[in-house]
Design a protein around this ligand. Structure first.
Ligand SMILES: [Zn+2]
Length: 305
């Protein structure tokens, strides 16, 4: 494939809107691209415009199977006006290509599809199988990967290369990802007499202060380094002249092998217990986007309004 053709593949992929969905359009594009080079693929459609794609090349002489995988969705574009380039334009400036998903990870996806095409074109089909697995919804809930897992698509893989951006380096380990939500309960009253209420937003502020240092003294993982953690969504109050009786926030934590999910969950629970026992605020951990082996211990005492 000519370099210009390869660049165009990436530009085309960036131009397809697949923000947290609409992967079917990406899958159909990839299917057509592969078909133009004599490679069959299967588009596995599900839900509302969601789809995975699976393609294989190889002679099958050996039983070895190498997987290549990437996701077809991207994260959102919250402030398109602040972009210097159209997020869905695939514009090139100097040595760079700009657009939502240029790095994460339509470039990886393009590279994997191109690998299949180039091996086929060069007549260098692997003696085993190379299986390309393009998934849906990696950025939110991973419905595509769950679906493929049920179909057993990855069960017989000997190895899997994930095309996520890693700064140009090959890496072999990745931190986990834990999403959680904390709700703070207070007591509502009119803002003219705030002393009669308990401002739930201030309860969240206590948690935000605690969270900042919650993982300071955790053991660094030899490959993954520190536990990374952030508060990313905050939501509270409904009317400007009312002290809010509830407010919530969401955060994301990246557990490592050295400081795993259970230890992370224990820390979160400890922080909430500390706040609930030392302040008038009552905080509750209400949602984990992960399966935990431990039971959550939370203080559910609430103030009545
Ligand atoms: Zn990604």
């Amino acid at each position: 494939m000519e370099v210009s053709e390869k660049v165009k593949v990436l530009q085309d992929l960036i131009k397809i809107h697949s923000v947290n969905g609409n992967e079917v359009e990406v899958a159909r594009y990839l299917q057509k691209l592969l078909a133009n080079h004599g490679i069959d693929s299967k588009v596995d459609e599900f839900g509302d415009r969601r789809a995975n794609l699976i393609a294989e090349i190889g002679t099958g002489e050996s039983k070895k199977i190498l997987g290549l995988t990437g996701h077809q969705d991207t994260v959102a574009v919250p402030n398109p006006d602040r972009w210097q380039h159209d997020p869905f334009g695939g514009e090139i400036s100097g040595d760079y290509i700009f657009g939502r998903g240029a790095a994460d990870m339509k470039s990886g996806l393009a590279a994997q599809a191109i690998v299949l095409i180039e091996l086929k074109e060069a007549g260098q089909l692997p003696s085993g199988t190379v299986r390309f697995i393009a998934t849906a919804g990696e950025e939110l809930g991973t419905p595509g990967a769950y679906r493929l897992q049920k179909q057993g698509v990855a069960d017989d893989l000997d190895a899997l290369v994930v095309g996520e951006p890693t700064g140009g380096n090959v890496i072999f380990a990745h931190s986990g990802s834990m999403n959680y939500r904390v709700t703070s309960y207070g007591k509502s009253c009119h803002s003219s007499h705030p002393q009669n209420g308990i401002n739930a937003i201030e309860g969240l502020l206590k948690f935000i202060e605690e969270e900042k240092h919650l993982f300071d003294n955790t053991k660094d993982d030899q490959y993954l380094g520190k536990v990374q953690h952030s508060i990313t969504v905050i939501d509270g109050g409904s009317q400007v002249n009312t002290i809010p009786d509830s407010a919530s926030l969401q955060g994301n934590i990246r557990p490592t092998a050295s400081f795993n999910n259970v230890k992370v969950a224990d820390r979160l629970n400890d922080a909430l217990e500390y706040i609930n026992h030392t302040t008038p605020f009552q905080l509750e951990l209400v949602d984990y986007r992960m399966k935990l082996a431990t039971q959550l211990v939370v203080n559910k005492k609430r103030h009545s309004a």
